[in-house]
Unconditional design. Structure first.
Length: 311
């Protein structure tokens, strides 16, 4: 049996006000965060102590993007002892926990588990909510569907018997293996002269996937220049609503990235934007900014020769 706590005059009045409702009305299951007034109406013999709700921050993401789930605990209007939230985390990571109530939370163990030990929550007539967010970048092990379940328990002395709300599962669809390939030429003014810049590449939307290659060649003032990508430092694939590929062969058409490498054998860095506007490639575009041992800066320009394809 749970221990009896001394009641204040206010708590006694609240309990006396609740008694008629408790004797005639059963509680429907809780479903997520609820208001104090709703919680007071749902009390069923003090046996439905707590509910957990887990939701995906974004339900559809691409491999390499951050997966995030928000978890919310909601108590009934009583002091609840021994509240512990746990969550066995999916493969990938590293997972981190954040949010206004993440203070008592840790991530560790095998399998990797989130544990938030909240101890005693609430009081008579007081509903308490606790919210945390767990997040991690996705990778190959997370492809297709990322499923995760949060679980909450209370002390055995609470004699909780209505357990339908103590688990909550959410899923995120993870699109994997996307990449853009191709190459071609754009013409940009350098020193007042229209200059041909050629490029060839194979780049993955998840920068950790291999291979990631990018070569750019141009001549200026009689000097031949070559940029060679060594490290892709960021990658983002998205669908631009203004681009309507014909035929639409992928769920993205724009690749934006940054990286480091060499220009003429010396250190250089690059930011770039590539698009696939469908076949035959004449509406595809490229843009580069190279700095370091050499420099090149272009506007967003259509390909004169070549083709770029999103897969």
């Amino acid at each position: 049996m749970r221990s009896i706590r001394p009641l204040t005059a206010l708590a006694t009045a609240l309990l006396l006000a609740l008694v008629p409702a408790l004797s005639v009305q059963a509680a429907p299951p809780l479903s997520g965060a609820i208001s104090a007034a709703t919680a007071l109406a749902l009390v069923d013999g003090d046996h439905d102590k707590i509910a957990v709700q887990k939701v995906a921050v974004r339900s559809n993401i691409s491999e390499g993007n951050v997966a995030a789930f928000t978890i919310t605990l909601t108590t009934q209007p009583f002091p609840i002892d021994g509240v512990v939230l746990t969550d066995v985390l999916p493969p990938g990571g590293p997972w981190t926990v954040s949010g206004p109530d993440a203070g008592p939370c840790t991530i560790g163990g095998t399998p990797l588990t989130l544990t938030c030990d909240y101890g005693t929550l609430g009081d008579f007539g007081i509903v308490v909510t606790k919210t945390v967010t767990i997040s991690a970048p996705t990778s190959n092990p997370n492809c297709d569907t990322l499923t995760n379940t949060a679980h909450v328990v209370v002390a055995a002395s609470e004699e909780e018997t209505l357990l339908a709300n103590n688990d909550s599962t959410a899923t995120i669809s993870v699109r994997c293996g996307r990449r853009m390939t191709g190459g071609g030429s754009i013409f940009t003014p350098i020193g007042g002269v229209s200059t041909r810049v050629t490029h060839g590449f194979e780049l993955h939307c998840n920068r950790n996937d291999d291979p990631n290659r990018l070569e750019i060649n141009w001549s200026a003032n009689g000097v031949a220049n070559n940029f060679h990508l060594l490290n892709l430092t960021s990658a983002s694939c998205s669908d631009d609503p203004a681009i309507t590929p014909n035929p639409p062969n992928s769920n993205f058409d724009t690749y934006v990235g940054t990286g480091t490498g060499t220009c003429n054998g010396l250190p250089a860095s690059i930011s770039f934007r590539l698009t696939d506007a469908g076949e035959p490639g004449t509406s595809d575009t490229a843009q580069y900014t190279i700095s370091g041992s050499c420099s090149l800066s272009t506007a967003i320009l259509p390909l004169t020769f070549g083709n770029q394809q999103a897969h």
